[in-house]
Design a protein around this ligand. Structure first.
Ligand code: SAH
Length: 369
């Protein structure tokens, strides 16, 4: 029924809330991550920032604020923003947030369906599919994107794997129910890994296809991809659920009115890179943000304000992001990087002549000199 193309309620008044909507610090630290990678890769003269599923546009807005604060460092770099978004409603919200609403829509057959300029003068383009984004050195970002894509569900039975399908309930024709396929289905044949040990598996082939495209682009043109989502490394089973007005909602009830989500299987994403890129993580959100210096940033923000309400808000949002019982443990960060970012390409021949490569921020402990 197209939840995202019709409803897509992110935020306090919607169906679910996300980290960038909770605290500006989240997006700022991600902005720093890209700058850090840009420096580590020798400050290329241009990069595209490509966000998949930008929601209300808050994350990109926070990242652009960091880019603007570091304008002197980035002054010779040609930056453009590319947003991949299927929801007409959310793309309007993004346009308002990022450009103040001044955008041009393309109705003719152009790859971008909309374009505008950020408040800080950076060009922004909107697409429906990652394949429409021009090739080139790019930093990719997917925050709470992969969990929104459709999954297949499978159950191990005495007779082998069966697919969990959706059926009309014969007792109540206006209701849906889950059934097991009576025999194997094409999806069962294609999406279950031979070495699978779990009894129930969720597979998101669309995520696999998108990761393959990202890995191919990074191998060809360079850059980095940061994926953040709730998920696991190939261990969880039945995670498919719905949210409406911040409450759990039966996934089969009133289709199209609730956010449907399934945990991201990072082991599957890693497999789908087919070795074209290196991967880092998944690492827990609280560890990643700590490694990125969230504690220092919080101290600065607290010092900059004497107002009690602001202090409380800052501490409350820090707790939401970092507390293991809230978002700290269940959200994970995962990165795709060209192999040469982690290992010198000519290492085999003359390892001693190469200076050590700088560590990738966020995935190793922050050491302050
Ligand atoms: N990243 C944002 C929003 C997460 S919600 C945040 O963290 O706040 C998921 C986002 O992905 C929404 O913007 C939704 O419209 C978009 N989306 C869902 N399916 C998509 C698809 N197939 N292609 C592109 N965008 C999609």
């Amino acid at each position: 029924q197209g939840y995202y193309t019709r409803r897509g309620g992110i935020g306090e008044s919607g169906d679910f809330i996300t980290s960038p909507e909770i605290s500006q610090v989240f997006g700022e630290l991600i902005g720093i991550w890209y700058i850090s990678e840009w420096i580590a890769m020798g400050k290329p003269t241009a990069f595209q920032l490509v966000e998949l599923g930008p929601g209300r546009g808050t994350l990109t807005d926070d990242i652009l604020r960091v880019f603007n604060q570091l304008a002197a460092l980035l002054s010779k770099c040609d930056i453009s923003i590319h947003l991949v978004e299927v929801s007409p409603k959310l793309s309007e919200t993004q346009a308002l947030m990022l450009t103040g609403g001044e955008v041009q829509s393309h109705t003719e057959d152009k790859p971008a369906y909309m374009k505008g300029v950020s408040k800080t003068g950076i060009p922004i383009f909107w697409y429906r599919d990652i394949q429409d984004v021009p090739p080139g050195y790019s930093f990719y970002l997917a925050h709470e994107f992969f969990d929104a894509l459709p999954i297949h569900k499978f159950q191990r039975t005495d007779k082998g794997w069966r697919e969990v399908l959706v059926d009309i309930d014969p007792e109540a024709p206006d209701q849906l129910r889950f059934v097991l396929s009576p025999s194997s289905t094409p999806a069962t044949e294609n999406f279950i890994q031979p070495e699978e040990t779990r009894d129930h598996v969720e597979v998101c082939p669309e995520a696999g296809v998108i990761i393959q495209r990202l890995a191919y682009r990074l191998e060809e043109h360079g850059g980095a991809a940061l994926v953040a989502d709730y998920g696991h490394d190939g261990t969880k089973t039945d995670t498919f659920r719905g949210f409406q007005n911040h409450k759990l909602h039966d996934v089969l009830k009133d289709p199209g009115t609730a956010d449907l989500t399934a945990d991201v299987d990072f082991s599957y994403l890693r497999k789908m890179t087919m070795g074209r890129t290196a991967t880092l993580g998944p690492i827990k959100q609280r560890e990643f943000l700590k490694n990125m210096g969230i504690d220092l940033r919080l101290q600065v923000l607290l010092q900059n304000s004497s107002d009690t309400a602001t202090h409380e808000q800052l501490l409350h949002s820090y707790d939401m992001l970092m507390n293991p019982k809230k978002m700290g443990d269940c959200f994970n960060f995962f990165a795709l990087l060209p192999h040469h970012r982690l290992v010198h390409p000519d290492k085999k021949h003359k390892p001693e002549s190469n200076p050590p490569l700088p560590p990738v921020a966020g995935f190793a402990e922050l050491l302050l000199k």
